[in-house]
Design a protein around this ligand. Structure first.
Ligand SMILES: [Mg+2]
Length: 217
């Protein structure tokens, strides 16, 4: 875990969580979220999965080279291949199966219960809201995480200012009172810091368990 910045005063702050690989840690499920859309794109393009995967790896490398080493989200890569946001949303709703891989997480629930007493909580994800709701149902935290800004809320992939403005609005706070929490610096942390938010980079849900103690007002 790395804390980049926190608001001067934590009272009346909001925590904006990324979902995947932040509110759960499951390498195999995370892998399917990359591989399954690439497999579908490969089929559309008449290529093998291996060919498509290699092409996308090359795309990522070229993009990073021309963007100061930053990484690009898969959603934005699919857009570059001509797949519309509406299609990406549909693909994710059809292909992603949180129910198959995840299970109830009592430690996460305990941490979020403590945090919700002191902070407004929201989720900012590149998954559609319906996938987030299914994920939180499986994890047993759907009643706590109800403010969700998803791919279909904004119609753009993270990172984009619109997600964070919307999340701040849902929480009823100013952007400088928000702390973005996620597992990818370029996607979850860099832009929120630019917007004057706090930022905490986590290695997975195990770090989220520690937040109630870390964020002691
Ligand atoms: Mg993530």
């Amino acid at each position: 875990m790395k804390v980049f910045s926190l608001p001067d005063c934590l009272t009346d702050s909001a925590l904006l969580f990324d979902m995947d690989c932040t509110l759960y840690t499951h390498d195999e499920y995370a892998r399917t979220q990359i591989d399954l859309p690439i497999e579908r794109l490969a089929r559309l393009q008449g290529k093998s999965f291996e060919q498509m995967n290699a092409e996308i790896a090359e795309f990522r490398k070229n993009w990073a080279d021309s963007h100061s080493g930053k990484s690009i989200s898969l959603g934005n890569i699919l857009l570059a291949y001509g797949i519309s946001i509406e299609e990406i949303i549909r693909w994710r709703e059809e292909l992603y199966r949180p129910e198959k891989y995840l299970c109830e997480d009592k430690k996460l629930r305990s941490a979020l219960e403590k945090l919700k007493d002191r902070f407004s909580l929201a989720v900012v994800t590149n998954n559609p809201v319906s996938v987030a709701v299914r994920t939180f149902s499986v994890l047993g935290v759907h009643d706590i995480l109800q403010k969700i800004v998803g791919l279909d809320t904004i119609g753009l992939s993270k990172p984009d200012k619109a997600h964070y403005y919307k999340a701040a609005e849902l929480c009823g706070v100013l952007t400088r009172q928000c702390i973005s929490i996620g597992d990818r610096f370029d996607i979850d942390i860099a832009l929120p810091l630019e917007l004057g938010m706090g930022g905490i980079l986590v290695d997975g849900v195990e770090d989220v368990y520690k937040l109630p103690e870390l964020l002691t007002v």
